[in-house]
Design a protein around this ligand. Structure first.
Ligand code: 26Q
Length: 749
């Protein structure tokens, strides 16, 4: 008989540390729980060795904290909390433990959601990635409001979940030296302990080079690639990951019949170098090149996550030749084969399909030529791929293309982060809605039940109060939970248009200050997100928001009416606090630029309405929850294209007083010194491709629609009903649905 849980923990504490739980340090307590989780997983039933598996290759995994999510999925979270309370300890003592942040944003978070969903749905999917020495940098703000980056030394409190597999190291060879790939395995625990998959992250050690050469390879996520050496390092990282992972896979399954044993999903182009590397490994085992190429075509599938031309990766041929010559040789042979095969076909746009051209290797073309499947991540995005970005491939291989609309795991984004709402939904829907998420639709039956809407509002209020408390502690800013919360949290990027968000706040500020729109409710604007350290404009936007916040928050004339806060170091854990407290989710990307978005789905599931453009998955959110329950503004896809040609932002600025007034706050000293934000001002009005993301074209409609949303908020019942409609329609956006689609239509079809 297994020992009762409390006993087990006590015994393990004695065995491991020679003392009772009461006197463990926080790091020891963390280690104890990690050891308990891992032991429990090791004793769990093993996976069926004969079943075909899928592998996810990704340069990013944006996991967040594993402590609570692992215990939660094991069904042990509440019990652990209780057992610790009994000995005078608490899980909240471990609140300062760092997130696992091996990612930047959406693409890495999606990978983490997929792993959780696959394990929870008994889908055999393992992840492969890099165990970066430092995660995504930690962000702080200097006194002038600008972003400062600090290394995220996430291992200071240890890593009790990672299991080093010294016996499964492999060697990765570059032209100039070889390194050793050292795997660390993380159990990925399915909900109710249904199944356990593995996330394998590699560290790098020296074989015949300086330790420092090896250390660099896994040191940082996306090292600065402005120099040749920087680019080379990024290439080494990518190759290091895929070569190690493929060697492991080939060792585990053998080459014979391998196409029926494994399918590999490539998360964007970053791991696409795996295609020639697999062929390389096959050829070394005496397979014909052509057989190896056709085998690769059966094993790999490719997901595209972006339409931005600058994010479609290209590698300099010379760089490849210098760094991984055998692999470059194989790419040349694939290129020859592509030319040979495509020559015979009509309707082929040869220039666009070229794998090698202008001395560069086009990684998306390599992926599209070889992979069995190509998918976009939301309906609109997949249509854009077919019609524009990858139309040259769609013409040749229409059958390869499909859409897989993104999703999010309801375990982390509802169960863990919003327990109050989860409990309420379970009671109303009469089941565990974390398990039977489709049943969340039952909520729609209560759309005219005032009592239910009131209770939803009450839960939101409690979450808002909790967030206010947290923000007061972290940011030193006092917020009013009675005000309407507008939230924009995501990576800072021009295309995501945080400028629209802050211009809206400034617009309302000026209204209040000048006595217009008196009937509007009190408001709070919450921003969060990091800018890439080399991205000048994005960093200026952060500084602008911080400066505007400082002036507005301390302006006595609008006291109690409007507050703005930019949350420092926004990450997964911060998101888990912010999202359940949002009233209005701002999703402001220029139509045609945001592939999908996944934050939008998290907000929807937690009962915020979307104030957004008709972009990415916002469209599908509206289709499910009803256009009338969300606030859509701005140009539609066709309009963006037709207006872009002759777009003159300067003319808009000069002819529209509202636009001029808002844009002028960048340079007129309203929020700091004069000309302080001339860089942003010029990017909107004066540069060659001025206002590339058409902020000014959408600004007025945005203000109109946002004003309507704010006014509607005053009618608690009607607004609450919109929130209810969003929650009740959110089941489709569970990543359980998404991974099932990948499994059925790509991995195990
Ligand atoms: C490319 C070349 C050189 C250096 C860096 C990169 C690079 C790095 C990161 C390119 C892209 C990324 C990350 C992309 C990303 O996060 N995309 C997001 O993916 C989400 C999941 O599909 C979508 O929801 C978002 O819409 C999309 O922006």
């Amino acid at each position: 008989m297994e020992k009762p849980f409390e006993e087990k923990l006590k015994v393990m504490s004695r065995e491991k540390f020679g003392k009772g739980i009461e006197i463990l340090s926080c790091d020891e307590l963390y280690a104890l729980i990690g050891a308990y989780v891992n032991e429990k997983c090791d004793n769990h039933k093993k996976n069926d060795p004969k079943r075909k598996r899928a592998a996810y290759f990704s340069i990013e995994y944006l996991i967040g904290r594993l402590l609570e999510s692992n215990l939660y999925n094991m069904g042990n979270l509440i019990l652990t909390q209780k057992s610790l309370t009994d000995v005078g300890r608490s899980l909240s003592e471990l609140n300062e433990i760092e997130d696992y942040a091996f990612g930047n944003g959406g693409l890495g978070r999606l990978a983490a959601c997929f792993l959780d969903s696959a394990a929870s749905n008994e889908i055999p999917l393992d992840g492969f990635g890099i165990r970066y020495k430092y995660g995504l940098f930690k962000q702080s703000f200097a006194s002038d409001g600008s972003q400062q980056e600090h290394p995220d030394d996430w291992q200071t409190q240890g890593d009790p979940f990672g299991i080093k597999k010294e016996g499964e190291c492999v060697q990765v060879n570059f032209a100039d030296y070889s390194v050793k790939a050292v795997p660390y395995d993380y159990h990925v625990i399915g909900y109710n302990f249904k199944c356990i998959n593995t996330l394998r992250l590699y560290e790098c050690a020296a074989v015949n080079c300086h330790e420092s050469d090896a250390a660099r390879i896994y040191e940082y996520l996306y090292p600065d690639d402005s120099s040749w050496e920087g680019k080379r390092l990024r290439l080494r990282q990518q190759y290091f990951l895929v070569s190690a992972a493929l060697q492991n896979i080939v060792a585990r399954y053998g080459l014979e019949d391998i196409e029926n044993k494994i399918k590999i999903q490539l998360n964007d182009t970053h791991p696409v170098i795996a295609i020639p590397e697999l062929i390389n490994l096959c050829v070394k085992q005496n397979m014909d090149f052509e057989d190896a190429l056709s085998l690769s075509g059966k094993i790999f599938a490719y997901t595209n996550h972006t339409v931005m031309p600058e994010a479609l990766e290209e590698w300099d041929c010379e760089l490849l030749r210098q760094t991984i010559p055998q692999v470059y040789g194989i790419i040349q042979k694939i290129n020859d084969m592509a030319i040979f095969q495509l020559r015979g076909q009509s309707d082929v746009d040869f220039n666009k399909c070229a794998i090698i051209s202008d001395g560069k290797v086009k990684m998306a073309n390599l992926a599209c030529f070889v992979c069995s499947d190509i998918n976009g991540v939301a309906s609109l995005h997949t249509e854009i791929l077919k019609e524009r970005v990858l139309s040259h491939w769609y013409n040749i291989y229409p059958e390869k293309f499909s859409n897989k609309t993104n999703g999010i795991t309801q375990r982390r984004w509802l169960g863990l982060s919003n327990a109050a709402l989860t409990d309420f939904l379970c009671r109303l829907c009469g089941c565990d809605i974390i398990e039977e998420t489709e049943k969340i639709e039952e909520l729609l039956k209560f759309k005219d039940d005032e009592e239910v809407i009131k209770q939803l509002c009450e839960i939101k209020k409690i979450n808002k109060k909790a967030l206010c408390q947290h923000i007061k502690e972290k940011e030193g800013i006092e917020l009013d939970p009675e005000s309407v919360f507008f939230v924009q949290v995501k990576r800072i990027h021009e295309y995501k248009r945080q400028l629209l968000g802050i211009f809206l706040a400034v617009y309302f500020y000026l209204c209040f200050k000048e006595g217009r729109n008196k009937e509007l409710p009190k408001m709070t604007f919450i921003f969060g997100g990091k800018a890439a350290s080399s991205y000048k404009t994005a960093k200026s936007v952060i500084r602008f928001i911080n400066n505007a916040a400082e002036v507005i928050n301390s302006d006595e004339s609008v006291k109690g009416k409007i507050k703005i806060v930019f949350c420092e170091n926004y990450n997964v854990s911060y998101a888990q606090k912010i999202i359940p407290a949002a009233d209005i989710s701002m999703q402001l990307s220029l139509v045609g630029t945001e592939a999908s978005g996944t934050g939008n789905m998290k907000f929807m599931m937690n009962g915020a309405v979307t104030l957004g453009t008709y972009d990415g998955a916002n469209i599908e959110i509206c289709e499910k929850a009803g256009q009338q329950n969300n606030y859509i503004f701005g140009m539609r896809a066709d309009e963006v294209i037709s207006r872009k040609e002759s777009y003159r932002p300067k003319e808009l600025y000069e002819s529209n007083a509202v636009i001029k007034r808002l844009v002028d706050t960048l340079i007129d000293g309203t929020f700091g010194k004069e000309n302080d934000f001339a860089h942003i001002y010029d990017s909107l009005l004066n540069t060659h491709d001025a206002d590339r993301f058409m902020v000014l074209a959408d600004l007025c409609d945005f203000i109109t629609v946002a004003t309507k949303a704010a006014a509607d908020y005053k009618n608690k019942l009607d607004f609450g009903r919109k929130c209810l409609m969003n929650i009740g329609s959110s089941a489709y956006f569970s990543s359980d649905r998404t991974v099932r689609e990948y499994a059925e239509e790509i991995w195990f079809k």
